[in-house]
Design a protein around this ligand. Sequence first.
Ligand SMILES: NC(=O)c1ccc[n+]([C@@H]2O[C@H](COP(=O)([O-])OP(=O)(O)OC[C@H]3O[C@@H](n4cnc5c(N)ncnc54)[C@H](O)[C@@H]3O)[C@@H](O)[C@H]2O)c1
Length: 291
Amino acid sequence: MSQQRPGGQSGQPGAVPALPDLPEATVARLPEYLRALHNLAESGNDTVSSEGLAAAAGVNSAKLRKDLSHLGSYGTRGVGYDVALLIEQIEYVLGLTQRRAVALVGVGNLGHALAGYAGFATRGFRIAALFDADPSRVGELINGLVVRHIEDLTETAAAESIAIGVIATPAAAAQSVADQLVAAGVTSILNFAPCVLSVPEGVDVRKVDLAIELQILSFHEHRKASLTSLPATGSGAGKLRPEERSDEGGARRLPGAFSERSERSQHGPAGGLTALPGGLSATGTEEAVGT
Ligand SMILES: NC(=O)c1ccc[n+]([C@@H]2O[C@H](COP(=O)([O-])OP(=O)(O)OC[C@H]3O[C@@H](n4cnc5c(N)ncnc54)[C@H](O)[C@@H]3O)[C@@H](O)[C@H]2O)c1
């Protein structure tokens, strides 16, 4: 059981000690823990159990303990985690001990909303520059920042030490904007445009697409509806009779030409294909997403 203060073992003054190469899923959960920890700190909690923090972050506690063990943080038996120290550790690993400058390109509907959002500042980011290609937008003042022409990107990126570029242009312009950001030395891009960007090695791109999130929820709605519309069997609708179960990976026979497997299906040739309308077939969610 231990919780060490970060960054204490650097050999040379100012050196950044090597960070652990964390699983991507762990990295994605760290900001959730951080948000929950800040809320706990604000409500006066000095310590928190793994169960308490897991509930506040909306994950299961075994996963949380595993994630935090990657940071060398195990809490103290019977006490839990020191909230302030864990905030410090997570902020250190996420590189949030310095405020990073962000450039936003495309100041239309979405860009205006992003430029006016106060939450970035409280979570370690400074919107340092706004760019647009439309001369009628250039010169507009938003939240204390003047919108600049995209042609000024290189010069401003250097002057403001821009670390992250946010793209909120139409998809047709996004690749060219990404190229300009990369040419200006930006190596992290958050892309809101609905398209895939091609970038050189060493440049990280994250994509945000609310429509994709809605489509995933739509799938779950569709699936729930398909389960509840199954014919009732014996004591409860939706339960499988033994003869409906398959030994080959849990395939289940549905009315007509459809068959279905559980979401966490095993992959492989031993059955489990779901027949879809139009002669398509698919296996479980995980496999379909990856292909
Ligand atoms: N990810 C999401 O969940 C989400 C949600 C809404 C919108 N979007 C996407 O965000 C983008 C912006 O949407 P919007 O509604 O704000 O559009 P918008 O048309 O209102 O704004 C786009 C802005 O980009 C500017 N622009 C165009 N080409 C440019 C270039 N080469 N360099 C700099 N600026 C340029 C335009 O002048 C305009 O001001 C679109 O791609 C849209 O599909 C994504």
